[in-house]
Ligand binder design. Sequence first.
Ligand code: NAD
Length: 503
Amino acid sequence: MNSTEGKHVRHWINGKPYDGPAARRGDIHDPATGRPSGTVDFASQTEVDAAVAAAKAAFPAWRDASLAKRASVLFRFRELLTAHRDELAELISSEHGKVVSDAAGEVARGLEVVEFACGIPHLLKGGFSENVSTRVDAYSILQPLGVVAGVTPFNFPAMVPMWMFPVAIACGNTFVLKPSEKDPSAAVRLAELWAEAGLPDGVFNVVHGDKVAVDGLLEHPDVKAVSFVGSTPIARYIYESAARHGKRVQALGGAKNHMVVLPDADLDLAADAAVSAGFGSAGERCMAISVLVAVDPVGDALLDKIAERVARLRVGPGHDPASDMGPLVTRQHRDKVASYIDSGLAQGATVAVDGREVRVDGEYADGYWLGPTVLDHVTPEMDAYTDEIFGPVLSVVRVSSYDEAMKLISDNPYGNGTAIFTNDGGAARRFQNEVEVGMVGINVPIPVPMAYYSFGGWKASLFGDSHAHGMEGVHFYTRTKAVTARWLDPSHGGVNLGFPTNG
Ligand code: NAD
């Protein structure tokens, strides 16, 4: 029996679990067994209002908390996250399905953003210019926005929220998080750790639910900015709706990441990378490689090496250290992903490795299993190519030249991540220069930027102009104020109706 069976996940409002009644609830499942493991309250406008009101009430004191005080809370939060990393990883695995080591990796990458935000005293330094005019100084200050909201996807229930709230809170904002209803527990555990770290009540709140909760935040007059990460259709909706309601918004969407392998590449390295990036977290990563572009003549040799490696992968429950890959998040998603294998075959692709028959026995027989699958001879017209599959299906497209590979990427509506494998520095440099994608790997398959850079795609993978975390995160969560000041012994120039100029 799962230790979390029968759990009831509540909202977290004003520093504690919300104990009001829930008009609606959702089920939480263990994807490895296929059985329900608990329920989660779904917010109506009442709970959204309560969370936003708590955040609004906490804002004046938190915005005025010294930078040293904010940094010290962040440092304590960092220590607690480190201490509870394994526990968080197990919690994530029990609701998402990913293997525990992978879940620990996501906590570690979120932790990096907390560490970045610990440097907030440095990050919030404005500019200062002395004597812009005679005895007149000018400077800029970065101020928080107020209550800001984050809406996050199922696939990184700890890391993606941590792309947002450490920076937002460090900047002096207060935060309302609406995590995915599919794996909501990590968000609440993070809220508990914040409280233990000494974050004042109301600075970080969590409301659970679906579109009702999200719309409540998008339309709320006291929410000043919205950060979203999820699929492209919802990202577009969030961007349009939040902007219509006068909010600052960044909305990161879906992906179709291509990995190009040039003929001079180290094929063992490329095969390792394709398998790791295609099937890690069962392909449910926005930076997963979903299209392998093999430039002639490497296709056959590369496919052989990939098939060898995939054959050794072990599919099983996330908590079993012997498992390389866990189940998919829901049965519905599992079946949708499998349908792309069927449609790919019907549309002319061939299957090099077929994961459809993979089963895990015993108490896991009803889990949402789908083994790693490699579709070969995929072409751009096929559904398996045009759609974001978001599962363990690697499509191989064979092309005859670098230019054909580049055209494929340029014509694709998404622009999240991409990678090139080559030993030719000139080709790699040309790729990095030409490719219309926000995050580029050179002999690196999952080029997720470090916390002090910013994460975000181009084209249909991002709506808005700010990427997440790094300095773009700091700018997203602050407004700049420019001050011009004259002190002591001002020169008395008399009345002058002309526009101020320096002199
Ligand atoms: P999703 O778009 O279904 O859901 C994301 C969030 O939006 C959830 O909190 C969900 O409750 C909410 N939501 C869903 N439907 C809504 C609606 N109609 N109105 C308002 N809110 C709604 O995404 P998902 O299935 O949870 O996550 C997978 C997707 O996220 C993939 O497309 C993946 O590429 C993308 N993703 C992108 C990035 C990135 O950085 N670009 C990172 C992780 C995941």
